[in-house]
Ligand binder design. Structure first.
Ligand SMILES: [Zn+2]
Length: 317
């Protein structure tokens, strides 16, 4: 799939997409917002809009890779429950017979993307996977999330590649409580997030600062493009620049879009182009351009199509 396209003179930057069919088989049941059609929409939109993406099948994450971010008890509940039919882990979070495999592939995509980017094979990668991950804490699956794939990627970069500064950027409309909790005492990781407040899961105040490595920018319902861009320009992007990350990991949720049914932040598709270009510039300044982005939330299919194309297009620049 990829070997022929190594010409450094190519107009667009080579970019990898990691996904797996198993991620479509995670069955959340009728009427659930986090449904397989979300991922189908993203994959189809990327296939239709770009003809030069380098598609790769995600491997499974290993137990050792997952245990860098999670307790054994969470691995047991996701991997060893083996339900015969759908069960609810909490009022939002479903474990179906195929969910363990999907969660392993989603986290495995994050690992493989990290290896490809830090191994120098490619500068940017996007993981088109589900279930999402940023609400999963060290030991609790919650908020549609089973394993915290982006945390697994960050831990892999720190332990396997001995990086000293990894930034996790979260523009999903919900606060990434799990990611924040996992790294709240680890100064090697900077977590920056814009999110709607009040909204699920209720965390993400400006007072939550970890060991100085957490920067939250809560936004009120109806904030729109201007307040969103002000939060990033005035607070979050300068924090990233000051941190000088060696790698950028993006929790790319598209549920702050005005079409989204679960939140009211009222962003436009162009805001995702804007933030992606700003983050790409920071990666180019500090991190040799290295970015791995993971699909998180986003519950309107048209918004998912538009925003994933805008985001991947911005990453390729
Ligand atoms: Zn979300």
């Amino acid at each position: 799939m990829s070997a022929a396209r190594v010409d450094a003179g190519a107009v667009a930057m080579s970019m990898r997409i990691y996904t797996h069919l198993a991620c479509l088989a995670h069955d959340t049941g009728p009427g659930h917002a986090e449904r397989p059609q979300r991922l189908s929409a993203v994959i189809e939109a990327l296939e239709q809009h770009f003809d030069d993406l380098d598609w790769h099948e995600a491997p499974r994450a290993t137990r050792g890779q997952l245990l860098r971010a999670h307790h054994e008890s969470l691995l047991a509940s996701v991997l060893e429950t083996r339900p015969a039919e759908r069960i609810m882990l909490d009022p939002d979070t479903v474990l179906s017979p195929a969910s363990a495999e999907a969660a392993l592939r989603a986290a495995g995509a994050a690992i493989a993307a990290t290896d490809a980017v830090l191994g120098g094979q490619v500068k940017r990668a996007f993981c088109a996977v589900r279930p999402p991950g940023h609400h999963a804490t060290i030991d609790v699956a919650m908020g549609f999330c089973l394993f915290n794939s982006i945390a697994v990627a960050a831990a892999h970069a720190l332990e396997e590649y001995a990086l000293e500064r990894v930034a996790i950027i979260d523009f999903d409309v919900h606060h990434g409580n799990g990611t924040q909790a996992i790294f709240a005492t680890d100064p090697r990781v900077l977590y920056v997030s814009s999110h709607q407040m009040p909204l699920y899961p209720g965390t993400g105040t400006v007072d939550e600062r970890g060991v100085g490595n957490i920067v939250n920018a809560p936004l009120p319902p109806g904030a729109g493009s201007r307040q969103f861009q002000q939060a990033w320009t005035g607070k979050l992007l300068p924090a990233l620049d000051a941190f000088r990350p060696q790698l950028l990991l993006i929790s790319a949720g598209f549920d702050a879009h005005w079409r989204d049914p679960l939140a009211q932040l009222q962003l436009a598709t162009e805001d995702y182009t804007w933030i992606t270009r700003e983050l790409s510039a920071i990666a180019d300044r500090h991190a040799h351009g290295r970015i791995i982005s993971m699909l998180e939330g986003g519950y309107d299919l048209d918004a998912l199509r538009e925003c994933s194309v805008a985001h991947v297009g911005g990453l390729r620049c």
